[in-house]
Design a protein around this ligand. Structure first.
Ligand SMILES: Nc1ncnc2c1ncn2[C@@H]1O[C@H](COP(=O)(O)OP(=O)(O)OP(=O)(O)O)[C@@H](O)[C@H]1O
Length: 264
């Protein structure tokens, strides 16, 4: 198994005058095989982003077992985790935020290669960047631009290229297309599917949209108020939902589709 999560729990403590504890994630378990995509769906605030960050140990769980290729991550030191991070990457909702505004795209794409010392000669760096550019469907001219000179879709392609450069085994994609127009969204989803297949990457694909998750995922897990209420084969979950909350999600998706058809 590529990644195996057991009993993931994350409590946040807050409140200015009275201490309040929120159980953002409450006993979540799942596993993902190499080359498989698991979709994680649920409404805003159900705990999806918290799961995303916990899986890569960007934040620490209150309690859990998180195994990546049979290595328990929760007992690792920050330095040890740093070494593993090359293999486990994350793609965020706002690609522009992961890029330095004053650095050209060439530099943004060279950065992971340099940090992880993946390039020996300068010419090799250029070659590798041109190859990555091609893989994600960008043009040479984009390399000379600054992040604000790219569209949202192009910026997300740069973010994907930066992640691919490291040849990760596992990617968490946290609502990677939710800020994009529908047509661009479809292109980026196609690209992610293609790259994930070609490189045999395991992926946790997070979305509030069941239809989007269904388009890219082998299996879907449905999250509600910090818990997984259903997990199964994508088509099964979509066509024959078992839990009332999944039924509610599929009903709203289908109603929306009907409305869009009616509106032309
Ligand atoms: N740093 C934090 N401190 C306190 N509470 C937090 C923190 N981060 C998240 N929460 C709370 O944890 C719960 C889950 O949040 P989370 O962001 O994981 O949900 P989500 O499903 O990803 O929602 P969204 O799609 O809106 O980001 C929410 O109730 C949220 O308010």
């Amino acid at each position: 198994m590529l990644i195996e999560v057991k009993n993931l729990v994350k409590e946040y403590t807050g409140g200015l005058f009275y201490k309040r504890t929120v159980k953002a994630v409450n006993g979540v378990s799942f596993s993902i095989k190499q080359g498989e995509t698991l979709g994680l769906v649920g409404e805003s605030g159900c705990g999806k982003s918290t799961v995303a960050r916990l899986l890569l140990m960007l934040i620490r769980p209150t309690s859990a077992s998180i195994r990546f290729e049979n290595t328990e991550l929760t007992v690792k030191s920050p330095a040890e985790l740093q070494k593993l991070r090359k293999e486990m990457q994350i793609i965020f909702q706002h690609p522009q935020q992961s890029l330095y505004p004053r650095r050209k795209i060439y530099e943004a794409m060279a950065e992971p290669l340099r940090i992880h010392k993946l390039i020996k000669r300068k010419e090799e760096e250029k070659e590798k960047i041109l190859q990555l550019l091609n893989d994600v469907g960008l043009l040479k001219e984009h390399l000379e631009r600054y992040p604000h000179e790219l569209s949202g879709g192009q910026a997300q392609r740069v973010a994907i290229a930066r992640v691919l450069a490291l040849k990760p085994k596992f990617i968490v994609a946290d609502e990677p297309t939710s800020m994009l127009d529908i047509s661009v969204q479809a292109q980026i989803l196609e690209l992610m599917k293609k790259l994930q297949r070609e490189h045999n990457i395991g992926m946790l694909f997070i979305s509030h949209d069941l239809e989007v998750a269904r388009a890219v995922s082998n299996r879907i897990a449905v999250m509600h108020q910090g818990r997984l209420v259903e997990i199964g084969d994508s088509e099964q979950v979509f066509m024959k939902p078992q839990h009332p909350y999944t039924k509610y999600l599929t009903d709203t998706t289908l109603k929306l589709e009907e409305k869009q058809r009616f509106m032309g």
